[in-house]
Unconditional design. Structure first.
Length: 276
């Protein structure tokens, strides 16, 4: 048996299908070539494009994934044709199956469509800091169906893409680089309010991760039930770890209050007993 006969050897034959060794080899060749092209593209994007400071990493990542998906879809169509299957015939013959799958996989399709919207609209990009359902994290990967975000505790959350489309999402990276935050504190009645203002301001201005411009400021919010209520406002570009900055401020405020004999009161109520 010569090479031509081996290549033309029939493996599967039906009324509508005739698969030979040649068909299988062509299909395997297409898959291997596609994998090599995608691997090469990944290396090009990783070594030549991602490191450049003037290139948007999120945009580059989006372009790479779109090219990857296009190549795989094209490869699958070519493989089907290589083994003698016509795509139009497959779609027509499996219409009922597709309807059934569509009804049972609505959520998956919704996530895939949402993924395409995210990739094209680019409201969400790699390294964006987002807040979703009280979870704050940094976007690590935007997939076709899911997105991976890394929380402040270095936990990777895998979130369906539809959550970013229909849910309420705060993208901290869309805000100006410097973002304003605040810390609330109450002091005892009778405290020197101007001294309180100065101490709070000094605590903020001396923190290395808090911006000096704009200048932090203190707001006297209210006469509370048990305390005089103040709010310390500050700006920082480290919004992802801002809770650590707030913690540092609270430690420093407690220390400075003790040094200046400023008391943080316990909640208290006056009870008057009337005897008859």
């Amino acid at each position: 048996m010569n090479i031509k006969e081996i290549l033309n050897f029939t493996l599967i034959e039906t009324n509508n299908l005739h698969i030979t060794v040649y068909n299988i080899l062509m299909a395997a060749f297409i898959l291997v070539i596609t994998e090599v092209i995608i691997w090469t593209l990944h290396r090009v994007f990783k070594k030549k494009i991602y490191p450049k400071p003037n290139i948007d990493i999120g945009k580059s990542h989006t372009i790479y994934r779109l090219i990857k998906y296009f190549l795989w879809i094209t490869a699958i169509i070519l493989v089907l044709q290589a083994i003698g299957l016509k795509v139009t015939f497959i779609l027509a013959g499996s219409a009922a199956l597709l309807v059934g799958l569509g009804l049972g996989m609505q959520e998956i399709f919704k996530d895939i469509v949402s993924g395409l919207i995210l990739l094209f609209e680019r409201n969400l990009k790699i390294n964006d800091v987002v807040e979703l359902e009280d979870e704050i994290g940094k976007v690590k990967e935007i997939g076709f169906r899911t997105t991976k975000i890394e929380t402040r505790d270095n936990i990777i959350l895998i979130i369906p893409n539809s959550k970013f489309i229909v849910g309420k999402v705060i993208n901290w990276s869309h805000i100006e680089k410097l973002t304003r935050f605040s810390v609330n504190v109450g002091v005892a009645y009778g405290s020197d309010v101007r001294l309180v203002e100065k101490v709070l301001h000094d605590c903020a201005i001396n923190h290395k991760k808090i911006s000096k411009k704009p200048d932090p400021f203190v707001r006297f919010n209210n006469f509370g039930e048990s305390s005089l209520d103040f709010q310390l406002f500050f700006w920082t570009d480290d919004s992802f770890y801002v809770e650590n900055i707030k913690s540092d401020l609270r430690f420093e405020i407690d220390k400075k209050f003790r040094e200046n004999k400023i008391q943080i009161p316990f909640p208290q109520r006056d009870v008057h007993i009337i005897s008859k």
